[in-house]
Design a protein around this ligand. Structure first.
Ligand SMILES: Cc1ncc(COP(=O)(O)O)c(C=O)c1O
Length: 344
């Protein structure tokens, strides 16, 4: 059984493990005050091109989202997200459990636009309702789409004009930035969003996300929020060591590029076999639509999510490639699809 279920099926890139092993007996301060974390944060600031941002290392996406959003919002304020947004459907109400409503927006391709945020603002005119304050976007999105620079600029401008906080969930930021269709740079992000995180868990680390807080007003006392939410690790060094290795050279981008290249092979070859896709996703997640009989056969050899029923005979499945996906398994999957599809 080979898995295309997600991008966290394997452990960590060997270089990350080596760095952890080599530093194993070094005695260090706790709670992120170790030299590894301090150096990793300095390095990340260099890569982002800004020394005035605050960076915190946390363990996972849900933890980062709930710690950040609950810290950024006042009690009556709400977040807005595309209906496909991770905080809406896949985080067990973690944001709501901190007291903040998450307003769902039906959005084309999982992306938000000024127009659909404007509609939410108009529907929440006064203090008898929650105050929509934070715009949650993910890049790449939960359905594999990416924000182009002009789309993000428009959102950024709108949020600025309307005094909203723009937050980018970057669980798959590597894949988004390394997409052949991407025109955003890591250095553009602090100019355009108020906070974002750089996902390590889905791009080669054992675990870890680096939260970058760009807007000064959101920085205050963030470590208190982290500690209260269980996000300040005594062995914070584990995160520092991993991000240091990931950004020491081009590893972060190389790993994401590999994931995207494996997805591109799947996309090209399945398209050649006349298999339609649910949407256009130029990153490491693909949603081909296959007959149920073909899906059943594939399930005996491969793991993947069945995403959405399309009609009585077809469903879209989700294929996710990662930094560790083997090219020969991508080719084997394509061959198996072709054999099955031609016998339908
Ligand atoms: C966009 C996005 N954000 C956040 C997360 C949550 O990450 P975790 O499962 O580490 O809490 C995921 C995980 O799939 C994700 O895809």
């Amino acid at each position: 059984m080979y898995s295309f279920k997600n991008d966290y099926s394997e452990g960590a890139h060997p270089r990350i493990l080596k760095a952890l092993m080599e530093s194993n007996f070094v005695q260090e301060e706790g709670y992120g005050e170790d030299q590894f974390s301090i150096n990793a944060i300095e390095l990340l600031k260099e890569r982002i091109g800004r020394t005035d941002v605050d960076i915190h290392l946390l363990t996972g996406g849900t933890q980062t989202n709930l710690t950040a959003l609950s810290a950024f919002l006042r009690p009556h304020e709400a977040a807005m997200a595309a209906s496909t947004g991770h905080i809406l459907g896949h985080e067990t109400g973690a944001i709501e459990a901190t007291g903040h409503k998450v307003i769902s927006i039906d959005a084309l391709d999982g992306k938000l636009t000024p127009a659909n945020i404007q509609a939410v603002l108009e529907a929440h005119p006064d203090e008898h309702m929650v105050k929509p304050k934070l715009v949650y976007i993910s890049n790449s999105t939960e359905i594999g789409t990416i924000y182009k620079k002009d789309e993000l600029q428009q959102l950024s401008h709108f949020c600025h004009e309307n005094n909203l906080i723009l937050y980018m969930d970057g669980a798959r930021l590597g894949s988004a930035l390394c997409s052949t269709e991407n025109d955003l740079l890591m250095t553009d992000l602090p100019e355009l969003v108020d906070a974002f995180y750089i996902g390590g868990t889905k791009n080669g680390t054992l675990l870890g996300e680096a939260l970058v807080i760009c807007r000064a007003a959101l920085k205050e006392e963030f470590r208190y929020h982290m500690k209260q939410k269980g996000a300040l690790l005594a062995k914070g060094r584990l995160l520092g060591i991993q991000f240091l290795e990931l950004f020491r050279d081009n590893l972060f981008f190389d790993l994401a590029t590999h994931a995207n290249q494996m997805a591109a092979i799947l996309r090209v070859e399945l398209t050649k076999a006349n298999i339609p896709f649910l949407n256009h996703s130029p990153s490491n997640q693909l949603f081909p639509i296959l007959p149920h009989s073909v899906i059943a056969d594939l399930e005996s050899k491969y793991a993947f999510h069945i995403w959405e029923k399309v009609d009585d005979d077809h469903s879209a499945i989700r294929l996710v490639t990662s930094w560790a996906t083997k090219k020969e398994m991508v080719e084997a999957f394509i061959d198996d699809v072709k054999v099955n599809i031609y016998s339908v």
